[in-house]
Design a protein around this ligand. Structure first.
Ligand code: 13P
Length: 283
């Protein structure tokens, strides 16, 4: 069933688990995510980025995801990932998204607040919750590219101010997490997370969770992360599995047969994440 992310994240916050937010670009990834959530009886967010909207068509991909969400036996919210502008946010609301991120974290503080407030006013008018980010999460996620030098961790004092000034619903934090593949083993700054958690009472979001070892994810959930974003590991499972299948079956030209093992591999990744997020059985 299609739901708002607010009810999902407030329940996660209350009961100390995290809801998985999984990125999709197409029909196959969407199927894999929903099948995993149903198998694990878990609530989920399906995320669409501006890049995915551009690739698949502003209306096509949300229509596929909305249909999958409506028919799913578990609660599903449709989330705009890293909304780059007011325009894309408005287009997403019109396309039926039930959750929005406005990412203006690259801008100076006051401009970030102003951009977020504009979106909050519009989204809250139609009952849609908003995620915003403070600090700069490193790595590359579509149009969001932050070099190691530019990356800055979220400052707990600034988080408190940002939540009060911005009026949004979920806070994405930079605590040593980065988008894309990590170069070495990532090390989340749990003291920083604790300091933010103690002072901020809205649900906290962890981006860049692909490649973070399971034990650190579990600890992040125990310390109050309520939404966890995964994209890279899903893509990796899809493409690597297809590459292997095609290498082993060079005469196969039926896309359905080629994609099938890729969908299964993605489903396995998503099911595992749901387990370590402790959201299995919460639907
Ligand atoms: P990964 O690149 O680590 O999968 O992160 C995805 C993400 O944070 C999307 O917003």
């Amino acid at each position: 069933m299609l739901v708002s992310s607010k009810e999902l994240l407030l329940d996660a916050q209350k009961n100390k688990y995290a809801v998985g937010a999984f990125n999709t670009n197409n029909l196959e990834i969407t199927h894999a995510i929903v099948r995993a959530a149903e198998a694990q009886k878990a609530p989920i967010l399906i995320q669409i980025s501006a890049g995915a909207l551009k690739y698949a068509g502003l209306e096509f991909l949300p229509m596929i995801v909305a249909k999958a969400a409506t028919e799913a036996s578990v609660p599903v919210a449709i989330h705009l990932d890293h909304g780059p502008s007011f325009e894309v946010v408005m287009q997403s609301l019109r396309a039926g998204f039930t959750s929005i991120m406005r990412d203006a974290s690259k801008l100076p503080y006051e401009e970030n607040v102003a951009e977020v407030r504009k979106v909050v006013e519009a989204c809250h008018a139609v009952g849609v919750p908003v995620e915003a980010e403070i600090g700069k999460i490193g790595g590359a996620e579509e149009h969001v590219v932050v070099s190691e030098r530019e990356a800055t961790m979220s400052d707990p004092d600034e988080c408190v101010r940002f939540v009060a000034d911005g009026g949004f619903d979920f806070l994405a934090v930079a605590i040593g997490n980065a988008h894309g593949f990590y170069k070495g083993e990532p090390k989340l700054d749990f003291d920083r997370l604790d300091a933010i958690r103690e002072r901020v009472d809205i649900p906290l979001v962890l981006h860049g969770a692909s490649g973070i070892p399971d034990h650190q994810i579990t600890e992040a959930v125990e310390r109050g992360i309520c939404k966890i974003n995964i994209d890279t590991e899903i893509r990796n499972a899809f493409i690597r599995t297809i590459q292997k299948f095609v290498a082993e079956n060079p005469d196969q030209i039926d896309p359905r047969k080629i994609f099938a093992p890729g969908i299964e591999a993605m489903q396995a990744v998503v099911e595992h994440k749901i387990e370590i997020f402790r959201s299995a059985g919460r639907a």
